[in-house]
Design a protein around this ligand. Sequence first.
Ligand code: SF4
Length: 63
Amino acid sequence: MKVRVDPELCQGHTLCAMTAPELFGLRDEDGHAYAHSAEVPPELEDKAREAARSCPEQAIVLS
Ligand code: SF4
């Protein structure tokens, strides 16, 4: 599974980094989220899906 954050959609709500800090961080500059790695380890796939569901902007793209 791959993950990325769409910077156009992300509004910096922080929910993803609270739900899955192993997968997401927030940039100091603009407060927007980024994925630590484009590749989601198998054991974190459920968390990635949960974070994507919880993002109010649907900015987390899984593929
Ligand atoms: S929950 Fe969504 S909008 Fe909020 S910081 Fe994460 S990716 Fe951005």
